[in-house]
Design a protein. Structure first.
Length: 459
Protein backbone atom coordinates (compact mmCIF):
# COMPACT_ATOMS: atom_id res chain seq x y z
CA UNK A 1 0.00 0.00 0.00
CA UNK A 2 1.21 3.51 -0.83
CA UNK A 3 -0.12 6.63 0.84
CA UNK A 4 0.52 10.35 0.89
CA UNK A 5 -0.86 13.18 3.06
CA UNK A 6 -1.75 16.69 1.90
CA UNK A 7 -2.43 19.48 4.40
CA UNK A 8 -5.54 21.38 3.30
CA UNK A 9 -5.48 23.77 6.28
CA UNK A 10 -4.19 23.67 9.89
CA UNK A 11 -7.07 21.39 10.92
CA UNK A 12 -7.78 19.26 7.85
CA UNK A 13 -5.78 16.85 5.66
CA UNK A 14 -6.38 14.67 2.63
CA UNK A 15 -4.93 11.16 2.51
CA UNK A 16 -4.35 9.64 -0.91
CA UNK A 17 -4.07 5.86 -0.80
CA UNK A 18 -3.25 3.22 -3.45
CA UNK A 19 -3.76 -0.46 -2.60
CA UNK A 20 -2.46 -3.31 -4.81
CA UNK A 21 -5.33 -5.68 -5.56
CA UNK A 22 -3.63 -8.65 -3.94
CA UNK A 23 -3.95 -6.88 -0.58
CA UNK A 24 -7.73 -7.15 -0.96
CA UNK A 25 -7.62 -10.97 -0.94
CA UNK A 26 -8.74 -11.39 2.68
CA UNK A 27 -11.62 -8.96 2.19
CA UNK A 28 -12.65 -10.67 -1.07
CA UNK A 29 -12.68 -14.05 0.65
CA UNK A 30 -14.78 -12.56 3.46
CA UNK A 31 -17.17 -11.02 0.90
CA UNK A 32 -17.74 -14.35 -0.88
CA UNK A 33 -18.28 -16.06 2.48
CA UNK A 34 -20.81 -13.41 3.57
CA UNK A 35 -22.74 -13.57 0.30
CA UNK A 36 -22.67 -17.38 0.50
CA UNK A 37 -24.54 -17.21 3.81
CA UNK A 38 -27.14 -14.77 2.47
CA UNK A 39 -28.21 -16.38 -0.83
CA UNK A 40 -29.38 -19.74 -2.15
CA UNK A 41 -28.67 -21.26 -5.57
CA UNK A 42 -30.43 -24.39 -6.75
CA UNK A 43 -28.03 -27.34 -6.93
CA UNK A 44 -25.67 -26.02 -4.25
CA UNK A 45 -25.78 -26.37 -0.51
CA UNK A 46 -26.04 -23.12 1.47
CA UNK A 47 -22.55 -21.74 2.06
CA UNK A 48 -20.99 -23.98 -0.61
CA UNK A 49 -21.63 -21.88 -3.72
CA UNK A 50 -18.44 -21.49 -5.82
CA UNK A 51 -17.11 -17.95 -6.34
CA UNK A 52 -17.57 -18.17 -10.15
CA UNK A 53 -21.27 -19.00 -9.67
CA UNK A 54 -21.73 -16.02 -7.35
CA UNK A 55 -20.04 -13.80 -9.95
CA UNK A 56 -22.33 -15.13 -12.68
CA UNK A 57 -25.55 -14.97 -10.69
CA UNK A 58 -25.07 -11.82 -8.64
CA UNK A 59 -22.30 -9.96 -10.43
CA UNK A 60 -18.66 -9.41 -9.59
CA UNK A 61 -19.50 -5.79 -8.77
CA UNK A 62 -21.53 -6.81 -5.71
CA UNK A 63 -18.57 -8.82 -4.41
CA UNK A 64 -16.12 -5.97 -5.01
CA UNK A 65 -18.40 -3.50 -3.24
CA UNK A 66 -18.65 -5.75 -0.20
CA UNK A 67 -14.88 -6.35 -0.16
CA UNK A 68 -14.01 -2.65 -0.51
CA UNK A 69 -16.42 -1.66 2.29
CA UNK A 70 -14.75 -4.24 4.51
CA UNK A 71 -11.19 -3.21 3.59
CA UNK A 72 -11.43 0.60 3.60
CA UNK A 73 -11.36 1.13 7.39
CA UNK A 74 -8.22 -1.02 7.70
CA UNK A 75 -6.34 0.76 4.90
CA UNK A 76 -7.49 4.19 6.11
CA UNK A 77 -6.26 3.46 9.65
CA UNK A 78 -2.94 2.20 8.29
CA UNK A 79 -2.49 5.35 6.18
CA UNK A 80 -3.38 7.62 9.12
CA UNK A 81 -0.85 5.86 11.34
CA UNK A 82 1.86 6.10 8.69
CA UNK A 83 1.16 9.82 8.29
CA UNK A 84 1.27 10.24 12.10
CA UNK A 85 -1.92 12.28 12.22
CA UNK A 86 -4.60 12.41 14.93
CA UNK A 87 -7.95 12.31 13.10
CA UNK A 88 -11.06 13.85 14.65
CA UNK A 89 -14.32 12.17 13.78
CA UNK A 90 -15.02 10.09 10.70
CA UNK A 91 -13.31 10.75 7.32
CA UNK A 92 -15.00 11.67 4.05
CA UNK A 93 -13.88 8.86 1.73
CA UNK A 94 -13.98 9.00 -2.06
CA UNK A 95 -12.99 5.95 -4.15
CA UNK A 96 -11.10 7.38 -7.08
CA UNK A 97 -10.18 4.15 -8.88
CA UNK A 98 -11.16 0.48 -8.68
CA UNK A 99 -9.66 -1.83 -11.28
CA UNK A 100 -10.59 -5.47 -10.77
CA UNK A 101 -7.42 -7.47 -10.34
CA UNK A 102 -5.20 -4.39 -10.39
CA UNK A 103 -5.75 -1.49 -8.02
CA UNK A 104 -7.91 0.22 -5.41
CA UNK A 105 -7.30 3.95 -4.95
CA UNK A 106 -9.14 6.33 -2.65
CA UNK A 107 -8.86 9.67 -0.88
CA UNK A 108 -9.91 10.42 2.69
CA UNK A 109 -10.40 13.95 4.01
CA UNK A 110 -10.54 14.27 7.77
CA UNK A 111 -10.24 16.89 10.49
CA UNK A 112 -7.17 16.63 12.68
CA UNK A 113 -6.03 18.05 15.95
CA UNK A 114 -4.12 21.24 15.17
CA UNK A 115 -0.51 21.61 16.20
CA UNK A 116 -0.55 23.91 19.22
CA UNK A 117 2.40 25.68 20.77
CA UNK A 118 1.89 26.08 24.51
CA UNK A 119 2.39 29.78 25.34
CA UNK A 120 4.41 30.99 28.33
CA UNK A 121 1.78 31.18 31.03
CA UNK A 122 4.10 32.14 33.89
CA UNK A 123 3.27 35.84 33.46
CA UNK A 124 -0.50 35.50 33.72
CA UNK A 125 -2.01 37.88 36.29
CA UNK A 126 -5.65 38.05 37.35
CA UNK A 127 -7.71 39.85 39.99
CA UNK A 128 -10.43 38.15 42.03
CA UNK A 129 -12.94 39.18 44.67
CA UNK A 130 -11.62 39.46 48.20
CA UNK A 131 -12.93 37.09 50.86
CA UNK A 132 -15.01 39.33 53.08
CA UNK A 133 -17.77 38.16 55.42
CA UNK A 134 -19.72 40.96 57.08
CA UNK A 135 -21.76 40.83 60.28
CA UNK A 136 -24.82 41.25 58.04
CA UNK A 137 -23.84 38.11 56.10
CA UNK A 138 -23.63 36.15 59.35
CA UNK A 139 -26.95 37.51 60.59
CA UNK A 140 -28.61 36.58 57.30
CA UNK A 141 -27.22 33.03 57.51
CA UNK A 142 -28.49 32.61 61.07
CA UNK A 143 -31.88 34.06 60.07
CA UNK A 144 -32.15 31.48 57.28
CA UNK A 145 -31.47 28.73 59.81
CA UNK A 146 -33.99 30.28 62.17
CA UNK A 147 -36.53 30.37 59.36
CA UNK A 148 -36.20 26.60 58.89
CA UNK A 149 -37.21 26.05 62.51
CA UNK A 150 -40.28 28.29 62.33
CA UNK A 151 -43.57 26.85 63.53
CA UNK A 152 -47.04 27.60 62.13
CA UNK A 153 -50.27 28.17 64.01
CA UNK A 154 -53.73 28.52 62.41
CA UNK A 155 -55.25 32.00 62.66
CA UNK A 156 -58.72 33.36 62.00
CA UNK A 157 -57.87 36.47 60.02
CA UNK A 158 -57.03 37.59 56.50
CA UNK A 159 -53.83 36.20 55.04
CA UNK A 160 -50.78 38.50 54.99
CA UNK A 161 -47.21 38.33 53.68
CA UNK A 162 -45.21 35.67 55.47
CA UNK A 163 -48.26 33.58 56.34
CA UNK A 164 -48.52 29.96 55.23
CA UNK A 165 -51.77 29.27 53.39
CA UNK A 166 -53.21 25.98 52.21
CA UNK A 167 -54.79 26.49 48.81
CA UNK A 168 -56.61 24.72 45.98
CA UNK A 169 -55.76 25.75 42.40
CA UNK A 170 -57.54 25.42 39.05
CA UNK A 171 -56.03 26.68 35.80
CA UNK A 172 -57.94 27.30 32.59
CA UNK A 173 -56.58 28.05 29.12
CA UNK A 174 -59.06 29.37 26.55
CA UNK A 175 -61.88 28.56 28.99
CA UNK A 176 -60.91 24.88 29.34
CA UNK A 177 -59.66 23.38 32.62
CA UNK A 178 -56.26 21.75 32.03
CA UNK A 179 -55.92 18.06 32.83
CA UNK A 180 -52.79 18.87 34.85
CA UNK A 181 -54.09 22.26 35.96
CA UNK A 182 -55.86 21.21 39.17
CA UNK A 183 -54.12 20.92 42.54
CA UNK A 184 -55.53 20.62 46.07
CA UNK A 185 -54.01 21.12 49.50
CA UNK A 186 -50.95 23.05 48.28
CA UNK A 187 -48.96 24.70 51.08
CA UNK A 188 -47.62 28.12 50.11
CA UNK A 189 -45.76 30.87 51.97
CA UNK A 190 -46.99 34.27 50.80
CA UNK A 191 -44.13 36.32 49.36
CA UNK A 192 -41.84 33.34 48.67
CA UNK A 193 -42.30 33.63 44.89
CA UNK A 194 -42.30 29.84 44.59
CA UNK A 195 -45.55 29.51 42.65
CA UNK A 196 -47.26 31.52 39.93
CA UNK A 197 -46.80 35.20 39.23
CA UNK A 198 -49.74 37.09 40.68
CA UNK A 199 -50.65 34.57 43.37
CA UNK A 200 -49.30 36.71 46.24
CA UNK A 201 -51.62 39.58 45.35
CA UNK A 202 -54.53 37.16 44.85
CA UNK A 203 -54.37 35.45 48.25
CA UNK A 204 -53.30 38.43 50.36
CA UNK A 205 -56.35 39.65 52.25
CA UNK A 206 -58.31 36.39 51.87
CA UNK A 207 -59.55 34.47 54.90
CA UNK A 208 -60.10 30.70 55.04
CA UNK A 209 -62.81 29.90 52.51
CA UNK A 210 -61.97 32.96 50.41
CA UNK A 211 -61.49 32.68 46.65
CA UNK A 212 -59.91 34.81 43.90
CA UNK A 213 -59.15 34.61 40.20
CA UNK A 214 -56.08 36.02 38.49
CA UNK A 215 -54.18 35.71 35.20
CA UNK A 216 -50.68 34.23 35.01
CA UNK A 217 -48.29 32.69 32.52
CA UNK A 218 -47.78 29.01 33.31
CA UNK A 219 -44.18 27.98 34.02
CA UNK A 220 -44.52 24.24 33.41
CA UNK A 221 -46.83 21.40 32.47
CA UNK A 222 -48.76 20.76 29.28
CA UNK A 223 -49.47 24.48 28.70
CA UNK A 224 -46.10 25.91 29.76
CA UNK A 225 -45.64 29.46 28.54
CA UNK A 226 -49.35 30.05 27.92
CA UNK A 227 -51.52 32.60 29.70
CA UNK A 228 -54.03 30.99 32.05
CA UNK A 229 -56.94 32.06 34.18
CA UNK A 230 -56.21 30.68 37.65
CA UNK A 231 -58.74 30.30 40.44
CA UNK A 232 -57.27 30.00 43.93
CA UNK A 233 -59.23 29.05 47.07
CA UNK A 234 -57.75 29.47 50.53
CA UNK A 235 -58.65 26.63 52.90
CA UNK A 236 -56.47 27.55 55.89
CA UNK A 237 -54.33 30.49 57.04
CA UNK A 238 -51.45 29.95 59.46
CA UNK A 239 -49.03 32.45 60.97
CA UNK A 240 -45.34 31.58 61.11
CA UNK A 241 -43.64 31.98 64.46
CA UNK A 242 -39.86 32.17 64.61
CA UNK A 243 -37.92 30.83 67.61
CA UNK A 244 -36.08 33.29 69.84
CA UNK A 245 -32.44 33.84 68.90
CA UNK A 246 -30.75 32.60 72.04
CA UNK A 247 -28.56 29.77 73.32
CA UNK A 248 -31.57 27.46 73.47
CA UNK A 249 -32.10 27.98 69.76
CA UNK A 250 -28.42 27.23 69.07
CA UNK A 251 -28.72 23.96 70.99
CA UNK A 252 -31.89 23.01 69.11
CA UNK A 253 -30.66 23.93 65.61
CA UNK A 254 -26.99 22.88 65.82
CA UNK A 255 -24.34 21.01 67.75
CA UNK A 256 -23.31 24.20 69.57
CA UNK A 257 -24.19 25.24 73.10
CA UNK A 258 -24.31 29.00 72.59
CA UNK A 259 -25.55 31.44 69.97
CA UNK A 260 -22.07 33.00 69.76
CA UNK A 261 -20.57 29.61 68.84
CA UNK A 262 -23.27 29.14 66.20
CA UNK A 263 -22.51 32.55 64.70
CA UNK A 264 -18.77 31.86 64.69
CA UNK A 265 -19.39 28.61 62.84
CA UNK A 266 -21.65 30.40 60.35
CA UNK A 267 -18.90 32.94 59.69
CA UNK A 268 -16.36 30.16 59.12
CA UNK A 269 -18.67 28.33 56.70
CA UNK A 270 -19.33 31.54 54.77
CA UNK A 271 -15.59 32.19 54.55
CA UNK A 272 -15.04 28.66 53.21
CA UNK A 273 -17.77 29.16 50.61
CA UNK A 274 -16.29 32.48 49.51
CA UNK A 275 -12.85 30.89 49.37
CA UNK A 276 -14.25 28.18 47.08
CA UNK A 277 -15.93 30.82 44.91
CA UNK A 278 -12.71 32.84 44.83
CA UNK A 279 -10.71 29.82 43.66
CA UNK A 280 -13.27 29.07 40.94
CA UNK A 281 -13.18 32.71 39.84
CA UNK A 282 -9.38 32.60 39.69
CA UNK A 283 -9.41 29.39 37.64
CA UNK A 284 -11.95 30.81 35.18
CA UNK A 285 -10.00 34.05 34.71
CA UNK A 286 -6.64 32.32 34.38
CA UNK A 287 -8.11 29.97 31.78
CA UNK A 288 -9.46 32.95 29.83
CA UNK A 289 -5.99 34.56 29.81
CA UNK A 290 -4.35 31.26 28.87
CA UNK A 291 -6.68 30.86 25.90
CA UNK A 292 -5.99 34.44 24.78
CA UNK A 293 -2.24 33.72 24.67
CA UNK A 294 -2.57 30.66 22.40
CA UNK A 295 -3.22 30.35 18.68
CA UNK A 296 -5.80 27.56 18.39
CA UNK A 297 -7.50 26.92 15.04
CA UNK A 298 -10.88 25.16 15.28
CA UNK A 299 -11.96 22.60 12.63
CA UNK A 300 -15.09 23.90 10.87
CA UNK A 301 -16.84 20.53 10.64
CA UNK A 302 -16.13 19.78 14.29
CA UNK A 303 -17.52 23.19 15.28
CA UNK A 304 -20.69 22.61 13.26
CA UNK A 305 -21.21 19.24 14.94
CA UNK A 306 -20.60 20.71 18.39
CA UNK A 307 -23.09 23.55 17.84
CA UNK A 308 -25.68 21.06 16.58
CA UNK A 309 -25.13 18.82 19.60
CA UNK A 310 -25.49 21.71 22.05
CA UNK A 311 -28.72 22.89 20.44
CA UNK A 312 -30.15 19.37 20.36
CA UNK A 313 -29.35 18.71 24.02
CA UNK A 314 -30.85 22.02 25.11
CA UNK A 315 -34.01 21.67 23.05
CA UNK A 316 -34.74 17.96 23.48
CA UNK A 317 -33.38 17.27 26.95
CA UNK A 318 -33.12 20.31 29.22
CA UNK A 319 -36.06 22.30 27.82
CA UNK A 320 -38.07 19.15 27.08
CA UNK A 321 -37.98 18.21 30.76
CA UNK A 322 -39.37 21.63 31.65
CA UNK A 323 -42.09 21.46 29.01
CA UNK A 324 -40.62 24.42 27.13
CA UNK A 325 -39.99 24.95 23.44
CA UNK A 326 -36.87 26.73 22.20
CA UNK A 327 -39.05 29.64 21.08
CA UNK A 328 -40.55 30.09 24.57
CA UNK A 329 -37.13 29.71 26.17
CA UNK A 330 -35.70 32.49 24.01
CA UNK A 331 -38.74 34.62 24.80
CA UNK A 332 -38.11 34.18 28.53
CA UNK A 333 -34.41 34.94 28.04
CA UNK A 334 -35.16 38.00 25.92
CA UNK A 335 -32.92 36.75 23.11
CA UNK A 336 -33.37 36.52 19.36
CA UNK A 337 -32.56 33.35 17.43
CA UNK A 338 -29.54 35.14 15.97
CA UNK A 339 -28.25 36.08 19.42
CA UNK A 340 -28.78 32.53 20.66
CA UNK A 341 -26.94 31.05 17.65
CA UNK A 342 -24.02 33.46 18.10
CA UNK A 343 -23.81 32.70 21.83
CA UNK A 344 -23.96 28.93 21.25
CA UNK A 345 -21.21 29.14 18.64
CA UNK A 346 -19.04 31.25 20.94
CA UNK A 347 -19.45 28.72 23.76
CA UNK A 348 -18.67 25.82 21.41
CA UNK A 349 -15.51 27.52 20.14
CA UNK A 350 -14.34 28.13 23.72
CA UNK A 351 -15.10 24.53 24.68
CA UNK A 352 -13.13 23.05 21.80
CA UNK A 353 -10.19 25.43 22.26
CA UNK A 354 -10.07 24.68 25.99
CA UNK A 355 -9.93 20.96 25.36
CA UNK A 356 -7.28 21.24 22.64
CA UNK A 357 -5.03 23.53 24.71
CA UNK A 358 -5.28 21.62 27.99
CA UNK A 359 -4.85 18.25 26.26
CA UNK A 360 -1.64 19.57 24.71
CA UNK A 361 -0.44 20.73 28.12
CA UNK A 362 -1.27 17.31 29.60
CA UNK A 363 0.92 15.74 26.92
CA UNK A 364 3.73 18.27 27.32
CA UNK A 365 3.83 18.02 31.13
CA UNK A 366 3.28 14.24 31.03
CA UNK A 367 0.43 14.49 33.54
CA UNK A 368 -0.96 11.13 34.63
CA UNK A 369 -4.30 10.32 36.25
CA UNK A 370 -4.09 8.07 39.27
CA UNK A 371 -6.80 5.54 40.06
CA UNK A 372 -7.69 7.39 43.27
CA UNK A 373 -8.19 10.63 41.32
CA UNK A 374 -10.38 8.90 38.75
CA UNK A 375 -12.46 7.26 41.49
CA UNK A 376 -12.99 10.60 43.27
CA UNK A 377 -14.08 12.21 40.01
CA UNK A 378 -16.39 9.31 39.19
CA UNK A 379 -18.08 9.57 42.58
CA UNK A 380 -18.68 13.30 42.14
CA UNK A 381 -20.11 12.78 38.66
CA UNK A 382 -22.31 10.00 40.02
CA UNK A 383 -23.65 12.26 42.77
CA UNK A 384 -24.48 15.04 40.29
CA UNK A 385 -26.25 12.56 38.00
CA UNK A 386 -28.41 11.18 40.79
CA UNK A 387 -27.00 7.67 40.33
CA UNK A 388 -25.14 5.49 42.81
CA UNK A 389 -21.36 5.21 42.20
CA UNK A 390 -21.79 1.56 41.15
CA UNK A 391 -24.58 2.40 38.69
CA UNK A 392 -22.65 5.32 37.24
CA UNK A 393 -19.43 3.29 36.94
CA UNK A 394 -21.30 0.51 35.16
CA UNK A 395 -22.89 2.99 32.74
CA UNK A 396 -19.48 4.58 32.07
CA UNK A 397 -17.82 1.25 31.32
CA UNK A 398 -20.69 0.00 29.13
CA UNK A 399 -20.74 3.29 27.23
CA UNK A 400 -16.98 3.22 26.66
CA UNK A 401 -16.66 6.57 28.48
CA UNK A 402 -13.73 5.77 30.78
CA UNK A 403 -11.25 7.63 28.49
CA UNK A 404 -13.60 10.64 28.59
CA UNK A 405 -13.51 10.73 32.40
CA UNK A 406 -9.73 10.30 32.41
CA UNK A 407 -9.49 13.23 29.99
CA UNK A 408 -11.64 15.42 32.25
CA UNK A 409 -9.43 14.75 35.27
CA UNK A 410 -6.24 15.27 33.27
CA UNK A 411 -7.46 18.65 31.98
CA UNK A 412 -8.29 19.69 35.52
CA UNK A 413 -4.73 18.85 36.56
CA UNK A 414 -3.39 20.83 33.60
CA UNK A 415 -5.42 23.90 34.56
CA UNK A 416 -4.20 23.56 38.16
CA UNK A 417 -0.62 23.73 36.85
CA UNK A 418 -1.35 26.99 35.00
CA UNK A 419 -3.21 28.52 37.98
CA UNK A 420 -0.34 27.68 40.34
CA UNK A 421 2.09 29.49 38.02
CA UNK A 422 -0.14 32.56 37.69
CA UNK A 423 -0.20 35.62 39.94
CA UNK A 424 -3.58 36.00 41.58
CA UNK A 425 -4.45 39.06 43.69
CA UNK A 426 -7.72 40.05 45.31
CA UNK A 427 -9.47 43.42 45.05
CA UNK A 428 -7.66 44.52 48.23
CA UNK A 429 -4.29 43.94 46.58
CA UNK A 430 -3.49 40.81 48.57
CA UNK A 431 -1.76 37.90 46.81
CA UNK A 432 -3.97 34.79 46.77
CA UNK A 433 -2.19 31.46 47.21
CA UNK A 434 -3.99 28.73 45.28
CA UNK A 435 -1.21 26.12 45.34
CA UNK A 436 -3.18 23.92 47.74
CA UNK A 437 -6.51 24.13 45.94
CA UNK A 438 -8.28 20.87 45.10
CA UNK A 439 -7.58 19.71 41.52
CA UNK A 440 -11.11 18.31 41.41
CA UNK A 441 -12.38 21.90 41.66
CA UNK A 442 -10.24 22.78 38.64
CA UNK A 443 -11.80 19.82 36.83
CA UNK A 444 -15.25 21.27 37.52
CA UNK A 445 -14.11 24.63 36.12
CA UNK A 446 -12.86 22.95 32.96
CA UNK A 447 -16.14 21.04 32.59
CA UNK A 448 -18.04 24.33 32.80
CA UNK A 449 -15.78 25.84 30.13
CA UNK A 450 -15.94 22.91 27.73
CA UNK A 451 -19.67 22.37 28.23
CA UNK A 452 -20.86 19.66 25.83
CA UNK A 453 -17.53 19.52 24.01
CA UNK A 454 -15.78 16.16 24.10
CA UNK A 455 -13.58 15.88 21.03
CA UNK A 456 -13.16 12.23 20.08
CA UNK A 457 -10.35 10.81 17.99
CA UNK A 458 -11.31 8.13 15.49
CA UNK A 459 -9.16 6.15 13.10
Amino acid sequence: MKSAVETLNPTRVRLTVEVPFEELKDSLDAAYKKINQQVTVKGFRKGKIPARVIDQRFGRGAVLEEAVNDALPKFYTQAANEAEINPLGQPEVDITELKDGELLAFTAEVDIRPTIEIPDYSGIEVEVDAIEVSDEDVEKSVEQLRDRFASTNPVERAAAEGDVVTIDLEAKVDGEVLADGVAEGVSYTIGSGELLDGIDEAVTGLEAGGEATFSSQLKGGSAAGKDAEVTVKVTTVAARELPELDDEFAQMASEFDTLDELKADSRKRLENMKQFDQATQAQERVLEKFLELAEIPVPEKLLEEEVTTRKHNLEHHQLGQMGLTLEKYLEFQGKTVEEFDAETKEQAVKGIKTQFLLDELVSQEKLNVEQEELTEHLMRRAASSGMSPDQFAQAVVQGGQVPMLVGEVARGKALAVVVEAAKVVDTNGNVVDLSDEDEEQATETVEAATGEAEVSEDK
